[in-house]
Design a protein around this ligand. Structure first.
Ligand SMILES: [Zn+2]
Ligand SMILES: [Zn+2]
Length: 306
Protein backbone atom coordinates (compact mmCIF):
# COMPACT_ATOMS: atom_id res chain seq x y z
CA UNK A 1 0.00 0.00 0.00
CA UNK A 2 1.27 3.45 -0.84
CA UNK A 3 2.62 5.52 1.98
CA UNK A 4 0.83 8.79 2.74
CA UNK A 5 1.51 12.05 4.60
CA UNK A 6 -1.19 14.70 5.06
CA UNK A 7 -0.23 18.32 5.50
CA UNK A 8 -2.49 21.25 6.40
CA UNK A 9 -1.31 24.85 6.27
CA UNK A 10 -2.92 26.66 9.20
CA UNK A 11 -1.06 29.93 8.82
CA UNK A 12 0.92 31.22 5.85
CA UNK A 13 1.64 34.87 6.65
CA UNK A 14 4.83 36.64 7.60
CA UNK A 15 4.84 38.43 10.97
CA UNK A 16 2.55 41.49 10.46
CA UNK A 17 -1.13 40.52 10.73
CA UNK A 18 -3.19 40.02 7.57
CA UNK A 19 -6.90 39.24 7.46
CA UNK A 20 -6.58 36.54 4.84
CA UNK A 21 -3.48 34.85 6.23
CA UNK A 22 -2.66 33.94 9.80
CA UNK A 23 0.83 33.60 11.26
CA UNK A 24 2.96 30.48 10.71
CA UNK A 25 1.65 27.04 11.62
CA UNK A 26 1.73 23.80 9.63
CA UNK A 27 0.26 20.45 10.66
CA UNK A 28 1.87 17.25 9.38
CA UNK A 29 -0.09 14.06 9.97
CA UNK A 30 1.56 10.70 9.50
CA UNK A 31 0.01 7.46 10.74
CA UNK A 32 -0.98 8.18 14.37
CA UNK A 33 1.34 11.19 14.67
CA UNK A 34 0.34 14.84 14.52
CA UNK A 35 3.25 17.25 14.25
CA UNK A 36 2.58 20.97 14.56
CA UNK A 37 5.38 23.07 13.09
CA UNK A 38 5.25 26.55 14.68
CA UNK A 39 2.38 28.04 16.62
CA UNK A 40 1.59 31.54 15.30
CA UNK A 41 -0.93 33.79 17.03
CA UNK A 42 -4.16 32.31 15.62
CA UNK A 43 -3.13 28.66 15.62
CA UNK A 44 -5.76 27.26 17.97
CA UNK A 45 -8.59 28.95 16.01
CA UNK A 46 -7.20 27.46 12.81
CA UNK A 47 -6.92 24.06 14.49
CA UNK A 48 -10.57 24.19 15.51
CA UNK A 49 -11.56 25.18 11.98
CA UNK A 50 -9.49 22.39 10.42
CA UNK A 51 -10.60 19.85 13.05
CA UNK A 52 -7.10 19.16 14.34
CA UNK A 53 -7.23 17.50 17.76
CA UNK A 54 -5.47 19.14 20.72
CA UNK A 55 -4.92 15.79 22.40
CA UNK A 56 -2.07 14.07 20.61
CA UNK A 57 0.39 16.68 19.50
CA UNK A 58 4.08 17.18 19.07
CA UNK A 59 4.95 20.85 18.78
CA UNK A 60 8.03 21.77 16.80
CA UNK A 61 9.34 25.33 16.92
CA UNK A 62 11.63 26.31 14.06
CA UNK A 63 12.72 29.35 16.10
CA UNK A 64 11.36 31.49 18.89
CA UNK A 65 10.31 34.67 17.03
CA UNK A 66 6.89 35.77 18.26
CA UNK A 67 5.09 35.18 14.93
CA UNK A 68 6.00 31.49 15.32
CA UNK A 69 5.28 31.12 19.04
CA UNK A 70 2.55 33.58 20.13
CA UNK A 71 -0.13 30.90 19.98
CA UNK A 72 1.56 28.37 22.22
CA UNK A 73 0.31 29.72 25.54
CA UNK A 74 -3.30 29.78 24.34
CA UNK A 75 -3.07 26.28 22.98
CA UNK A 76 -1.63 24.86 26.20
CA UNK A 77 -4.18 26.74 28.33
CA UNK A 78 -7.02 25.30 26.24
CA UNK A 79 -5.70 21.81 26.97
CA UNK A 80 -6.10 22.55 30.68
CA UNK A 81 -9.63 23.94 30.17
CA UNK A 82 -10.60 20.84 28.23
CA UNK A 83 -9.05 18.59 30.82
CA UNK A 84 -6.71 16.95 28.31
CA UNK A 85 -4.22 14.84 30.22
CA UNK A 86 -2.16 13.32 27.40
CA UNK A 87 1.48 14.39 27.55
CA UNK A 88 2.88 16.78 24.99
CA UNK A 89 6.32 17.14 23.44
CA UNK A 90 7.79 20.52 22.53
CA UNK A 91 10.86 20.58 20.33
CA UNK A 92 12.76 23.78 19.72
CA UNK A 93 16.12 25.50 19.74
CA UNK A 94 18.25 26.23 22.77
CA UNK A 95 16.31 28.49 25.22
CA UNK A 96 12.98 26.73 24.52
CA UNK A 97 12.86 25.33 28.06
CA UNK A 98 13.56 28.69 29.63
CA UNK A 99 11.12 30.37 27.24
CA UNK A 100 8.26 28.03 28.19
CA UNK A 101 8.94 28.24 31.92
CA UNK A 102 9.08 32.06 31.76
CA UNK A 103 5.70 32.06 29.99
CA UNK A 104 4.26 29.78 32.65
CA UNK A 105 5.70 32.01 35.37
CA UNK A 106 4.29 35.18 33.79
CA UNK A 107 0.82 33.67 33.38
CA UNK A 108 0.92 31.76 36.68
CA UNK A 109 0.09 28.71 34.57
CA UNK A 110 0.41 25.15 35.74
CA UNK A 111 -0.29 22.51 33.11
CA UNK A 112 -2.36 19.49 34.19
CA UNK A 113 -0.39 17.32 31.76
CA UNK A 114 3.24 16.36 31.33
CA UNK A 115 5.40 18.38 28.99
CA UNK A 116 8.65 17.05 27.60
CA UNK A 117 10.89 19.69 26.10
CA UNK A 118 13.61 18.70 23.67
CA UNK A 119 16.15 21.39 22.78
CA UNK A 120 17.95 20.76 19.53
CA UNK A 121 21.30 22.02 18.36
CA UNK A 122 21.02 20.10 15.10
CA UNK A 123 20.76 16.38 14.32
CA UNK A 124 18.14 13.74 15.08
CA UNK A 125 15.42 15.07 17.39
CA UNK A 126 12.85 12.28 17.19
CA UNK A 127 12.98 8.70 16.05
CA UNK A 128 10.30 6.06 16.29
CA UNK A 129 9.19 3.07 14.23
CA UNK A 130 7.40 5.33 11.75
CA UNK A 131 9.71 8.28 11.03
CA UNK A 132 12.90 10.13 11.67
CA UNK A 133 12.94 13.87 12.35
CA UNK A 134 16.19 15.75 12.00
CA UNK A 135 16.96 19.44 12.46
CA UNK A 136 19.53 21.52 10.61
CA UNK A 137 20.75 25.02 11.54
CA UNK A 138 19.71 28.01 9.45
CA UNK A 139 20.98 31.59 9.52
CA UNK A 140 17.73 33.44 10.24
CA UNK A 141 17.85 34.24 13.97
CA UNK A 142 20.42 33.35 16.66
CA UNK A 143 19.08 29.84 16.68
CA UNK A 144 16.74 28.72 13.91
CA UNK A 145 16.35 25.28 12.49
CA UNK A 146 14.88 23.69 9.45
CA UNK A 147 13.48 20.16 9.78
CA UNK A 148 13.78 17.05 7.68
CA UNK A 149 11.09 14.43 8.13
CA UNK A 150 11.72 11.03 6.56
CA UNK A 151 9.26 8.18 6.96
CA UNK A 152 10.74 4.74 7.52
CA UNK A 153 10.53 2.36 4.58
CA UNK A 154 8.18 -0.58 4.85
CA UNK A 155 10.01 -3.49 6.45
CA UNK A 156 10.26 -6.76 4.51
CA UNK A 157 9.08 -10.17 5.71
CA UNK A 158 11.39 -11.85 8.24
CA UNK A 159 13.22 -14.63 6.45
CA UNK A 160 13.58 -17.56 8.89
CA UNK A 161 16.02 -19.46 6.63
CA UNK A 162 18.39 -16.51 6.42
CA UNK A 163 18.22 -16.11 10.21
CA UNK A 164 19.05 -19.79 10.78
CA UNK A 165 21.95 -19.66 8.31
CA UNK A 166 23.39 -16.80 10.35
CA UNK A 167 22.85 -18.78 13.60
CA UNK A 168 20.71 -16.08 15.19
CA UNK A 169 18.91 -17.55 18.20
CA UNK A 170 15.13 -17.28 18.08
CA UNK A 171 13.52 -14.80 20.49
CA UNK A 172 14.60 -11.32 21.54
CA UNK A 173 17.19 -10.94 18.75
CA UNK A 174 14.68 -11.92 16.06
CA UNK A 175 12.28 -9.34 17.41
CA UNK A 176 14.93 -6.62 17.29
CA UNK A 177 15.74 -7.37 13.66
CA UNK A 178 12.04 -7.44 12.78
CA UNK A 179 11.76 -3.96 14.28
CA UNK A 180 14.55 -2.69 12.09
CA UNK A 181 17.30 -2.70 14.74
CA UNK A 182 20.92 -3.76 14.22
CA UNK A 183 22.06 -6.59 16.52
CA UNK A 184 25.47 -8.02 17.37
CA UNK A 185 26.50 -11.67 17.61
CA UNK A 186 30.07 -12.58 18.61
CA UNK A 187 31.16 -9.03 17.87
CA UNK A 188 29.68 -9.10 14.37
CA UNK A 189 26.90 -6.67 13.44
CA UNK A 190 23.84 -8.12 11.74
CA UNK A 191 21.61 -5.65 9.94
CA UNK A 192 17.86 -6.09 9.38
CA UNK A 193 18.56 -6.14 5.64
CA UNK A 194 20.57 -9.36 6.20
CA UNK A 195 17.47 -11.29 7.32
CA UNK A 196 14.51 -9.40 5.87
CA UNK A 197 13.20 -9.90 2.36
CA UNK A 198 13.59 -6.86 0.19
CA UNK A 199 10.65 -4.54 -0.37
CA UNK A 200 10.47 -1.45 -2.48
CA UNK A 201 11.30 1.75 -0.63
CA UNK A 202 8.08 3.68 -0.01
CA UNK A 203 9.55 6.32 2.29
CA UNK A 204 8.66 9.98 1.91
CA UNK A 205 10.82 13.00 2.65
CA UNK A 206 9.53 16.44 3.62
CA UNK A 207 11.57 19.55 4.42
CA UNK A 208 10.15 22.47 6.40
CA UNK A 209 12.52 25.41 6.64
CA UNK A 210 10.74 27.92 8.83
CA UNK A 211 12.19 31.41 8.28
CA UNK A 212 15.39 31.47 6.30
CA UNK A 213 17.40 33.26 3.63
CA UNK A 214 18.75 31.19 0.72
CA UNK A 215 20.95 28.64 2.48
CA UNK A 216 23.26 25.95 1.09
CA UNK A 217 22.46 23.82 4.15
CA UNK A 218 18.84 23.56 3.00
CA UNK A 219 20.01 22.55 -0.48
CA UNK A 220 22.08 19.81 1.10
CA UNK A 221 19.31 18.48 3.40
CA UNK A 222 16.53 18.77 0.84
CA UNK A 223 18.19 16.62 -1.86
CA UNK A 224 15.49 14.73 -3.79
CA UNK A 225 12.81 15.53 -1.19
CA UNK A 226 9.21 14.77 -2.11
CA UNK A 227 8.21 18.18 -0.80
CA UNK A 228 10.06 21.33 0.20
CA UNK A 229 8.14 23.92 2.24
CA UNK A 230 10.21 27.10 2.10
CA UNK A 231 10.15 30.70 3.27
CA UNK A 232 9.14 33.07 0.41
CA UNK A 233 8.51 36.26 2.37
CA UNK A 234 9.36 38.65 -0.46
CA UNK A 235 8.81 39.06 -4.20
CA UNK A 236 11.77 38.45 -6.49
CA UNK A 237 12.83 42.13 -6.75
CA UNK A 238 13.23 42.51 -2.96
CA UNK A 239 16.50 40.62 -2.71
CA UNK A 240 18.25 43.43 -0.78
CA UNK A 241 15.50 43.44 1.84
CA UNK A 242 15.50 39.62 1.95
CA UNK A 243 19.24 39.55 2.67
CA UNK A 244 18.92 42.30 5.29
CA UNK A 245 16.10 40.62 7.22
CA UNK A 246 17.38 37.07 6.63
CA UNK A 247 14.34 35.86 4.71
CA UNK A 248 13.89 34.54 1.18
CA UNK A 249 12.38 35.89 -2.00
CA UNK A 250 10.17 33.53 -4.01
CA UNK A 251 13.05 33.11 -6.45
CA UNK A 252 15.43 32.16 -3.61
CA UNK A 253 12.96 29.42 -2.65
CA UNK A 254 12.75 28.25 -6.27
CA UNK A 255 16.54 28.19 -6.53
CA UNK A 256 16.81 25.97 -3.45
CA UNK A 257 14.16 23.64 -4.91
CA UNK A 258 15.99 23.48 -8.24
CA UNK A 259 19.43 22.89 -6.76
CA UNK A 260 18.12 20.25 -4.35
CA UNK A 261 16.18 18.51 -7.17
CA UNK A 262 13.06 18.26 -5.01
CA UNK A 263 9.83 17.00 -6.53
CA UNK A 264 7.59 19.81 -5.35
CA UNK A 265 7.92 23.25 -3.72
CA UNK A 266 5.33 25.05 -1.59
CA UNK A 267 6.19 28.62 -0.61
CA UNK A 268 4.92 30.16 2.60
CA UNK A 269 5.52 32.99 5.16
CA UNK A 270 4.11 35.38 2.59
CA UNK A 271 4.28 39.13 3.26
CA UNK A 272 2.04 41.87 1.93
CA UNK A 273 4.98 43.08 -0.14
CA UNK A 274 3.89 40.50 -2.73
CA UNK A 275 1.70 43.05 -4.52
CA UNK A 276 0.85 40.55 -7.22
CA UNK A 277 1.15 36.93 -6.18
CA UNK A 278 0.60 35.70 -9.72
CA UNK A 279 3.63 37.65 -10.90
CA UNK A 280 5.70 36.27 -8.02
CA UNK A 281 4.56 32.77 -8.93
CA UNK A 282 5.56 33.34 -12.55
CA UNK A 283 9.03 34.46 -11.44
CA UNK A 284 9.44 31.36 -9.25
CA UNK A 285 8.13 29.01 -11.94
CA UNK A 286 10.75 30.28 -14.40
CA UNK A 287 13.32 28.67 -12.10
CA UNK A 288 11.38 25.71 -10.73
CA UNK A 289 8.10 24.82 -12.39
CA UNK A 290 6.42 22.55 -9.82
CA UNK A 291 5.79 25.24 -7.23
CA UNK A 292 2.88 27.07 -5.63
CA UNK A 293 2.11 29.53 -2.85
CA UNK A 294 0.43 28.14 0.25
CA UNK A 295 -2.92 29.52 1.42
CA UNK A 296 -4.43 29.17 4.88
CA UNK A 297 -6.36 25.91 4.89
CA UNK A 298 -4.39 24.39 1.99
CA UNK A 299 -4.31 20.62 2.32
CA UNK A 300 -1.66 18.52 0.66
CA UNK A 301 -1.63 14.75 0.40
CA UNK A 302 1.78 13.25 -0.34
CA UNK A 303 1.78 9.70 -1.64
CA UNK A 304 4.62 7.36 -2.38
CA UNK A 305 4.71 5.59 -5.74
CA UNK A 306 4.84 2.09 -4.21
ZN1 LIG B 1 8.41 34.53 10.79
ZN1 LIG C 1 11.59 34.71 12.20
Amino acid sequence: MANEINITFLGTSSAPPQLSRKQSAIVVKYKSHTLLFDVGEATQYQMIEQKIKFTKLTIILTHLHSDHTLGIMGLLTTRNFRNIKTPIKIIGPEWTSKFISLLFFAYRFKPDFDIEIIETSGGIVLENKDFLLESFPLSHSDTSFGYKLVTKPKIGRFNVEKASELNIPRGELWKKLQNGKVIEINGKAIHPSDVLDEVEDNSLKVIITGDTPFDETTVEYAQNADLLIHDATYPSYEEVRAKKYLHSTCTDAANVAKQAKVKRLIMTHISELHKNLEESLRDAKEIFSNCEFAEDGLKVKLKSKV
